[in-house]
Ligand binder design. Sequence first.
Ligand code: MN
Length: 509
Amino acid sequence: MTTIPNITIFDTTLRDGEQAPGASLQPEQKIQLAAKLVELGVDVIEPGFPISSPGEFAAVEAISRQFQQVEICGFARAVQGDIDAAVRATRDAERRRIHLFLSSSDIHLQHQLRISRKEAVAKARQMTAYAKQYCERVEFTAMDAARTGIDDLIEMVEAAIEEGATIINLPDTVGYALPGEYGEMFRRVREGVRGGNNVQYSAHCHNDLGLAVANSLAAIQNGATQIEVTVNGIGERTGNCALEELVMALTTRQESIGFSTGIVKEKLYEVSRLVSGAMHFPMAYNKPIVGRNAFQHESGIHQDGLLKDRSTYEIMNPESLGIPRNMIILGKHSGRHALKDRIARYGLQINEEELELLYIEFKETADRLKVVSDDLLLQMVSRTMGITAQNYELGEVQVLAGSAQNRVAAITLRHLHENRESSHTSTGDGPLEAVIAAISQGIDAEITFVDLELHSLSAGEEAHAEAAVTVECQGTIYRGTAVHQDIVMAAGLAYVAACNSALTVFPKA
Ligand code: MN
């Protein structure tokens, strides 16, 4: 058996990713995320830009000390002060590299740095040599490489290699390149540079034209063996090459591309969620791999195919990415087959006659609400079959919000199986927290609240806010969703729906 070579995954979520507007992190948050990146199996972490602030320096220093199993990269402009700071911040790392960058394109040299090409090449030479005194592994980035004339690029890269650069990064800093051009640049530099066989080539792509992943793959097909990525593709402007997209392209199409990675795919979803939360960066519903809709199928034809064999409409297995449940969204395009399958997942058997009745009501509801949540479906099933499929129903909700210190919530919960009602009050820093805490008191099962997502929906008169709540029960994750004009109600209903979902599968003993 031949082993498939690995691409080096260089993660810059904590440096380039953090340059996304509003995404900044506290040093402690960087350390927590670095721990997750190590678990995810990235090869190199670039934790920040040490010269830029004392907090950045401290974060890079702490990460260098704590995570000895991964290579730590200190980022620096090609100036002595930056390199000194990068060297000091990474001093205690078990394995480290210094990453220095200098513009190589005419546009940058003329309009930004205002130096001649000769001066730029001399600087590349001088600063690479300077960094090399302190650190064996030096990565040299020719900034804006994709817009640099090939001969000019070769001249600068050659100078850096002569002075000991071990990794050559050729970024598409402004997201301008097309895959064919970007791949061609790697091929020509590799073939044209003296000593070019002794270094590793690296790509760093931005997504301004939506081509960051495609360009990174083109680089790999032309000899690059390191790709600089960020989780969720976060970064300057439209961001960088998305780690999860690149990894899954390499995995799904391994037979065509011929490379693998050391990434633990089961952790992709979890790390995506953590980065999204910590950086206040919500994911688009249609974001590849980790977006809410990435594995949801609404068309009845697709749903029917999936239920017969998943490979009919799915190229990846969501469970292997750590995505909780392969949920088919039930909507107006769903057929009887999908409906029956969903009900069966809750351990309920429905006969043909009941299914017909349910199907009519389901279609009417789906036309009106677009999407039918499991909770709503279980309500319909209860009516049609004359059973009580759910444990709980949210009754009255009262919340006192405002500028006073605490928010107070009072709720009633109907325990449908026991035919009784209970009342609960609680406080919280916000109205949502107060309502969730009050409902928790009434749920008599071991269910842990994990996460709440809120979205405002602009479409539909009745649909104002959608809440999705994730809970954990006996080691399994369940989600409940609800739509309501009032966000507090939406969150409360979604929480109860998630609990019902967990308890329908695992009824209370
Ligand atoms: Mn960048």
